[in-house]
Design a protein around this ligand. Structure first.
Ligand SMILES: [Fe+2]
Ligand SMILES: [Fe+2]
Length: 231
């Protein structure tokens, strides 16, 4: 891999992930598709679980790991820490938005009663089990979270869901640019050498693949595309 500044690297990684998010959203939600009744409830329950688990656990761990990385200097990276705390707050709110909509539809709105699928649990481990806050950002904010606005938008644009659910998706989407930004900020500050950039690429790829697995779509990160994206 040629030498890249963290800025160049972060931009290219973001583009790569965005492309993959677009491809998945186009594949899974099409204009002929409608979701209502139990299938809608089930989808919203899985969204509620994702918002909570992927929205709360990774930023909490990133805050802890940054503290350790900074040898207990509580002032270091405080800009990032504040944004991570904001993110966790937002995601808790998003989980609640979905819970409320599930209740309106007559489904079980309690997160604790939802049983995640094997693929969700698998994706959780793929994202969360890293110790390094930079790798966590590669998987979460710059990885799977990049897919969320694309998937929500595809549900809306293709009229897959009713108007009230569209409003909820819109509300749950408004804070997402801030979450992407905190991920970018972590990479800009810390993905400064080839070794960490290589690791970031690897774990980002695994996270994106787990998102495809969640939807049962075959994942492929084209080697040429990758070359083009990092060249
Ligand atoms: Fe969210
Ligand atoms: Fe988010």
């Amino acid at each position: 891999m040629p030498k890249l500044t963290s800025d160049q690297f972060t931009k290219r990684l973001s583009r790569q992930t965005e492309k993959e998010a677009d491809r998945l959203a186009e594949t899974v939600y099409t204009p002929d598709m409608r979701m209502e009744g139990q299938s809608l409830i089930r989808m919203l329950q899985s969204f509620m679980w994702n918002e909570f688990y992927f929205g709360m656990y990774p930023p909490a761990k990133q805050m802890n790991r940054l503290y350790e990385l900074n040898d207990g200097d509580v002032t270091a990276d405080i800009d990032i820490v504040v944004e991570l705390a904001n993110m966790a707050r937002d995601e808790l709110k998003h989980a609640k938005l979905f819970s409320n909509r599930i209740e309106e539809l007559g489904g079980e709105p309690d997160l604790r009663k939802y049983e995640p699928t094997d693929e969700q649990v698998e994706m959780f481990h793929t994202v969360y089990d890293h110790e390094n806050p930079v790798l966590l950002a590669a998987c979460q904010q710059v990885g799977i979270e990049r897919f969320v606005p694309k998937l929500f938008q595809a549900l809306v644009d293709n009229d897959v869901v009713d108007d009230r659910t569209k409003e909820v998706l819109h509300s749950a989407d408004l804070d997402e640019p801030n979450h992407l930004n905190v991920g970018r900020k972590i990479l800009l500050r810390y993905a400064t050498n080839e070794e960490i950039q290589q690791r970031v690429m690897e774990v980002n790829r695994a996270a994106c693949k787990s998102m495809y697995d969640l939807y049962g779509v075959e994942y492929e990160r084209n080697a040429d595309e990758l070359k083009e994206s990092i060249a």
